[in-house]
Design a protein around this ligand. Structure first.
Ligand SMILES: [Mg+2]
Length: 142
């Protein structure tokens, strides 16, 4: 989509530029990590003994990738989800990926909420993300 043709009437353009919403996003994203990890606690215990286990980071990262791949197939084939059949498969698989990311972050003690807010703020300062940089030779098309 060309930049000039980006939709103008979206909530994105309704945001003020004061960044006043970032503390709330950080707070509620941390709460989401905790809630999702709580509901996924059974995956962090030995199936037979119930004892806590240390999850393998590489395995968890590949499970996140598998959700993204499922979303791609759903989008490519125009499928609705099989478990939530009133929703597009892409939507549900992206949700699965987010669930896995937030669960992993909490399980590994990562401050993903803080990192997300800081990275979003940082990205607003990046010259290579500006319209003129993107339009320049060698600029990022997407
Ligand atoms: Mg899935």
């Amino acid at each position: 989509m060309e930049i000039e043709k980006l939709p103008k009437n979206t909530d994105y353009y309704e945001f003020d530029n004061s960044h006043s919403y970032w503390p709330a996003i950080r707070f509620y994203l941390k709460r989401a990590c905790q809630a999702i990890h709580y509901h996924n606690a059974k995956w962090w215990c030995d199936l037979h003994t119930g004892e806590p286990i240390q999850r393998n980071a590489g395995e968890l990262l590949m499970l996140i990738v598998s959700e993204i791949a499922e979303g791609m197939e759903g989008h490519r084939k125009g499928l609705m989800d099989d478990k939530l059949p009133y929703r597009p498969m892409l939507e549900v698989e992206l949700a699965d990926a987010v669930i896995r990311i937030l669960d992993m972050a909490e399980g590994f003690g990562l401050d993903i909420a803080g990192a997300l807010v800081e990275k979003c703020k940082f990205n607003t300062t990046r010259h290579d993300h500006t319209r003129e940089s993107r339009l320049a030779h060698g600029g990022k098309a997407y």
